[in-house]
Design a protein around this ligand. Structure first.
Ligand code: ADP
Length: 674
């Protein structure tokens, strides 16, 4: 059943209202009826509640139904209005309809059917109109949303950094955003309708083979590293993602490709790699000069077409430490000569980075003195001071030849980072150089001093000993004078030994330390030395059981005596409480092994690896303050090695030490042994 319709009857005539009411009551419509007898009452009712339909008398007191109709519409009330007209009002029916009335019924023909038909028809039309209006509103809203969405999309595509290109089903470009225009070099107008492969020619990074273009038929597709050939012939590293565009039925109607320029990422990755390699090189440095050359070699061509490291020497001269590509460099330039307008000399003076994105001819000419290979026409230039502890130690220069690869502000920061890391290595190189110079000077002094002292001392000792012998034989010699002479002889001998050591050291340093080579029996040699040393010892016993047969080696008996003497003296010196010192000689295949074992203070574990180094003394020996120089074992090792042998030590602090010398047997002996 239909819901009851709420109707408003507006008529000043009671009879007419009753007639309408009756007709409605007799009609097949269910209705609730409100009545109003004039315009004011009608408008009041309309403000109070909603009606499905209004029956409006054309003639109202002081007004017309037409006027009221206009007022009602003026209020924004769309309720359908059926006009009730009297005799002669039909002529204005058209006007009424124009003003928004849905229908009109002559009062004279008012019947239940006529009324119900008119109301039904009116409501049907009204509802249809309402529905259409709603549909229209929805369509408008949808359109608005679509337009907004399109604007959002267009703005997004315009402002994102990624390049976006869309194609139709045939793979022809239908859309290209600003980033894609910039990346490919194609303007939107030119690209429109072009095959995608023309606008976006891609090649595989690894092989250079061209990459198939995504089509509407291709599924989602990711390319991580490919090169895009731009319209102006550049190659740009890119990553891309493409996907088909589908219609509502899921059928592909085109494709969209999103591309990202990977140059910046690749550049920063490459820089990180370069820095990491540089750091590895710079940490692991001993021969700094060679490493700095490697640093320069690493930088060219990855970061520069030309690179050089210049340092400031202590005497104020500038020195090219490393350069690439290498060219006969001016080895030393005087920093205080004509002040350079640019270049390392100026940077070393000013301590300020020098950066020129594009060198002028005059600037290029000013750089000519840098020994840049003439075929390199430098375009862009950075020179950074190498600072250590706020002191300029030199400068590192970078230059690029290609205009397309001109340095930018980013490069300057990177160059300064390289300089920071290199500066310490340069500092070390300079210190190392100074240390080398100092060592050389010391060796030269040692050599001269030893030579100059040796001759007078030899004669001094000779005469002192002669005097000593004579005085000893003289029965009237004074006891006191004899004692004084004893001291002179002892001290001169001691001085002689020291100078002997200096002499050895100097000769070892200058490569003049040689050994005689003749067959000798180490058993006899050892026994003789033991026999000589034992009587001089008070608190130590030497224990040696010589092998029954001689053991021959080829060597220098004086030098080997020096080795054994040193081992025995150490064994005595570092066993302050006395004790047994075991010496043994054994033969093992082609080798003879000499062992000297004491039960003395031993050697701390941390000192063991250094014990054969020049001037090295273990802490427990150093504390004894016995005037040792830490040279004996160094010389002993050199002598043993010159014999083709080697020397080892085993020791536990507090439990004694064992020194073992291995020497090769004389070849005939070795053969006989076999
Ligand atoms: P020096 O004895 O003049 O110091 P050496 O070169 O002969 O120089 O020995 C180097 C160092 O090795 C000594 O200072 C000492 O620390 C250690 N050393 C050598 N021989 C022994 C030993 N037998 N026992 C303990 N320490 C020893």
């Amino acid at each position: 059943m239909e819901d009851a319709l709420t109707l408003l009857i507006v008529d000043d005539d009671d009879v007419d209202r009753q007639a309408a009411r009756r007709a409605l009551a007799r009609s097949d419509l269910a209705t609730t009826i409100i009545e109003a007898s004039d315009s004011t009452a009608a408008l009041q009712e309309l403000r109070r509640g909603a009606f499905d339909c209004i029956l409006l008398d054309y003639r109202l007191p002081g007004s017309t139904g037409l006027e009221l109709l206009r007022q009602i519409r003026g209020l924004g009330v769309n309720t359908p209005v059926i006009m009730l007209t009297g005799q002669g009002d039909e002529q204005i029916a058209v006007e009424l309809i124009k003003a928004g009335a849905a229908d009109y019924i002559a009062k004279s023909r008012l019947s239940p059917e006529r009324l119900s038909n008119s109301i039904r028809q009116t409501l049907r039309v009204y509802r249809a109109e309402q529905q259409a209006a709603r549909a229209e509103t929805q369509r408008r809203q949808a359109e608005l949303r679509l337009r907004q969405h399109e604007r959002l999309l267009a703005t997004t595509l315009k402002s994102i950094g990624d390049a976006v290109i869309a194609t139709d089903e045939q793979g022809r470009v239908t859309f290209i955003n600003a980033a894609a225009e910039a990346l490919t070099g194609w303007s939107a107008r030119e690209a429109q309708g072009q095959p995608l492969a023309a606008v976006l020619p891609l090649a595989e990074a690894a092989t250079g083979a061209s990459v198939a273009q995504p089509t509407s038929a291709t599924d989602e597709h990711l390319i991580r590293d490919a090169w895009l050939r731009t319209r102006d012939g550049r190659s740009v590293p890119i990553a891309s993602h493409s996907a088909p565009i589908r219609n509502d039925d899921g059928a592909p109607v085109g494709a969209v490709v999103v591309l990202r320029d990977m140059s910046a990422r690749m550049r920063s990755e490459e820089r990180l790699r370069l820095l990491a390699e540089l750091s590895r090189l710079l940490i692991d440095t001993f021969d700094y000069r060679q490493h700095l050359q490697q640093v320069v070699n690493l930088i060219v061509p990855r970061y520069a077409d030309w690179c050089a490291i210049d340092v400031l020497l202590a005497d104020g001269r500038r020195h090219r430490l490393a350069g690439a590509p290498a060219l006969e460099a001016p080895p030393v330039a005087n920093a205080s000569a004509t002040p350079a307008s640019l270049g390392p000399a100026r940077v070393i003076n000013s301590g300020q980075t020098e950066y020129i994105a594009q060198l002028s001819e005059a600037q290029r000419a000013a750089l000519a003195e840098l020994a840049v290979p003439p075929e390199l026409k430098l375009h862009s230039w950075i020179c950074v001071p190498l600072m250590v502890r706020d002191q300029v130690r030199g400068a590192i220069s970078f230059a690029r030849a290609r205009a397309a690869a001109a340095y930018d502000a980013d490069d300057v920061a990177f160059a300064e980072e390289i300089a920071r890391r290199t500066a310490h290595a340069v500092d070390n190189a300079l210190l190392y150089q100074q240390a080398q110079d100092a060592v050389q000077a010391r060796d030269a002094f040692l050599s001269i001093a030893a030579h100059e002292l040796k001759t007078p001392l030899t004669s001094l000792l000779g005469y002192a000993e002669l005097l000593h012998r004579r005085l000893t034989r003289n029965p009237v010699a004074e006891e006191r004078e004899l004692r004084l002479l004893n001291v002179i002889v002892d001290q001169t001998r001691r001085l002689n030994r020291l100078i002997g050591v200096l002499f050895d050291l100097s000769r070892l340093q200058t490569g003049q330390f040689t050994i005689a080579r003749s067959p000798l029996d180490v058993v006899a040699l050892t026994a003789r030395i033991i026999g000589e040393v034992q009587p001089t010892l008070e608190r130590h016993q030497l224990h040696f059981a010589p092998p029954a047969t001689p053991i021959y080696i080829i060597g220098d008996d004086l030098r080997l005596e020096q080795v054994l003497q040193n081992l025995l003296q150490n064994a005595v010196k570092y066993s302050p409480n006395g004790g047994t010192i075991d010496v043994s000689l054994t033969q093992h295949h082609d080798w003879v092994r000499l062992v000297v074992r004491d039960q003395g203070m031993g050697i701390p574990a941390e000192a063991l690896p250094n014990i054969f180094r020049r001037f090295y003394r273990a802490a427990n020996a150093e504390r004894r303050n016995d005037g040792g120089m830490g040279v004996g074992l160094y010389v002993a090792q050199q002598i043993v090695e010159l014999h083709g042998g080697h020397i080892d030590v085993e020791s536990v602090e507090g439990r004694g030490s064992t020194f073992t010398v291995w020497l090769p047997l004389a070849p005939s002996e070795a053969r006989a042994e076999r």
